[in-house]
Design a protein around this ligand. Sequence first.
Ligand code: HXC
Length: 257
Amino acid sequence: ADYETITTETRDRVLLVTLNRPQALNALNSQVLDELLSAMADFDADDDLGCAVLTGSEKAFAAGADIKEMSDQGFADMYAHNFFAGWERFAATRKPIIAAVSGYALGGGCELAMMCDFIIAGDNAKFGQPEIKLGVSPGMGGSQRLTRAVGKAKAMDMCLTGRMIDAEEAERAGLVARIAPAADLLDEALKTAATIASMAPLAVMANKEMVNAAFETTLSQGVQFERRLFHGLFATHDQSEGMSAFVDKRAGKWSGR
Ligand code: HXC
């Protein structure tokens, strides 16, 4: 597909999506949202793709929602168009997306990174929710996803002061899964995505779905949900293939069925 604000390329079973508005530090406007939604719909529909990596530039993953696009809007415009609601469709992508974050991930940029399944941060990454400095608040799920990721104390600290945290602090807090030297970040993310993309596709989707259920359910409901999906995987060809391959001491050959 032809996009203007993102680029996409495939490497075997991995889709690499790069935010590409360098003049605005990858600020997320409506066109970026539309293009990302289109790319993710194609990604979910393509059986030849197993995992995606979303990245930005070295200086900025994304410096936020596009402030220039929002500055003139009033309540009626925002409410009538349900501004930002489309981002939940990005978060509903069924296959895994790794955020490879170098430089600034601020406001909507931090929120977008948190909509991905996990974050690998360059050692130069900076995360923040600075919306309070603009007289507003997170609007793409940040107050909820950040709190679930790092707990109340640090989420309040970040949302109320707008201060940025670096990669080390983000890893200690549980916001990021791993840190890589900035120069190796993309390689590390692509390698990790290739590992995920080499697994049985239905099992990958089920694992993502059940981990996400932990944010929506009680423990007993979540455990029940997990067990049902786990039972369901025993209806797949790839379950019998995976277990036979283990017994035969060979690599599994997945059919995605
Ligand atoms: C629109 C942005 C932008 C943004 C940067 N730019 N962030 N444009 N929306 N969020 C533009 C700048 O206006 C500038 O354009 C160009 O990108 C380069 O940015 P500079 O500021 O010159 O770069 P630098 O001095 O290196 O500073 C980097 C920065 C700073 C610290 C990241 O750009 C910054 O503070 N940006 C805003 C961060 C922020 O508040 N994000 C939250 C947004 S609200 P020109 O044309 O001047 O060269 C949000 C959540 C929405 O995300 C919730 C409701 C509001």
